[in-house]
Design a protein around this ligand. Structure first.
Ligand code: TYM
Length: 327
């Protein structure tokens, strides 16, 4: 069975972008692949974060994984910082990478462009893709389901794996990114030409665990255009196209079928339909999250997951150490 791996970092609150671009894919593939899903908590340290917030986000993230239907009997679910091999291989990957290739990462350029000129840029943001490469290569993962913003990091992982294999002989599987057919990039509701993200304006971002009255308001006031025609045209109608993408991802209906279904309807009716679907999906999710957080299952699931992940990671890291002369 081929292996699939992915993770989400517990910075900020989880968004509808994380849900559609990543989590829904994990669920869809858990029967088809040997699946490893983790909480990328070391990655959450690349920008300053309050320890209390990090703990809360971590608990929310594992609860959302479980509430969405990730089954700990099928999937290895763990917290990255519980498996110290990630940091160890991360260092080796950093030694195996070049400043040039890391400074070409779009996400690094985007994030650092938002830092004021005289403020220091944390080194963690720069080397973070090498830790992500370690996350993937430790487990011989074949496929990596991610949103489009992470594709470049998976491509860098491929380059690092090939470089290491060429230098030290065959060691790592070269992984492939897997993008959701619709929904690899969900955009902001208030600036529909930009990605919906944890750090974007609150108005444009739907948070999975937010009050659903607020969710509905955000969707009803999503920025659209002055035509009154529902069709998919990302360039000229990014707002409506983004809402079509969201509706398509959540209903599993194709965009063409939705365009046909809403032909002749105004934007108000269409937005209400999107709001109804999003809110009913999030309501069910929030109820399950509440149940999970009130039960005592989380710690045991993470402990079991960490044990299984450590077994695999230890084996791989020993092999790497042997190849490079550390033992
Ligand atoms: P992170 O935490 O920023 O995002 C988690 C996942 O959600 C996807 N995503 C989106 N997809 C569609 N539309 C959006 N608006 C949107 N926003 C986020 C991301 O593409 C991602 O798949 N470095 C990673 C976490 C990570 C990882 C890994 C992933 C660490 N190690 C190893 C895969 C394999 C990150 O910061 O994702």
């Amino acid at each position: 069975m081929k292996r699939m791996l992915s993770g989400i970092k517990p910075t900020g609150q989880l968004t509808l972008g994380n849900y559609i671009g990543a989590i829904k894919q994990f669920i869809a593939y858990q029967d088809e692949y040997e699946m490893i899903v983790f909480i990328a908590d070391l990655h959450a340290l690349t920008l300053p974060i309050d320890p209390k917030e990090l703990r809360k986000n971590t608990k929310d993230l594992i609860s959302v994984y479980l509430a969405c239907g990730l089954d700990p009997n099928k999937v290895i679910l763990f917290k990255q910082s519980d498996v110290h091999e990630h940091a160890e291989l991360g260092y080796i990957m950093a030694c195996n990478s070049y400043m040039g290739e890391l400074s070409r990462m779009t996400q690094y350029k985007d994030k650092t462009s938002k830092i004021k000129t005289n403020d220091s840029i944390p080194t963690g943001i720069f080397v973070y893709p090498t830790l992500m490469a370690a996350d993937i290569l430790l487990y011989d993962a074949d496929y990596i389901p991610v949103g489009i913003d992470q594709k470049q990091h998976v491509e860098l992982t491929r380059d690092l794996a090939i470089r290491f294999n060429n230098h030290y002989s065959e060691t790592f599987i070269v992984p492939e990114p897997v993008l959701s057919k619709t929904g690899a990039k969900i955009n902001s509701l208030s600036s529909p030409d930009k990605k919906m993200s944890k750090s974007e304006s609150d108005k444009g971002t739907i948070y999975l665990l937010e009050d659903l009255n607020i969710t509905r308001k955000k969707i009803m006031s999503a920025v659209t255009d002055s035509e009154n025609e529902i069709r998919y045209d990302m360039e000229n109608k990014p707002g409506i196209s983004n809402l079509l993408t969201i509706l398509s991802a959540l209903t599993n209906k194709s965009i063409d079928a939705l365009v046909e279904e809403y032909k002749g309807f105004g934007y108000g009716v269409f937005k209400k339909a999107v709001a109804d679907v999003v809110c009913s999906e999030l309501e069910a999710l929030q109820n399950k999250v509440k149940e999970i957080q009130e039960s005592n299952v989380i710690e045991q699931i993470l402990a079991d997951g960490a044990q299984k992940a450590t077994y695999l990671a230890r084996k791989k890291l020993s092999k790497v150490y042997r190849k490079i002369g550390l033992n």
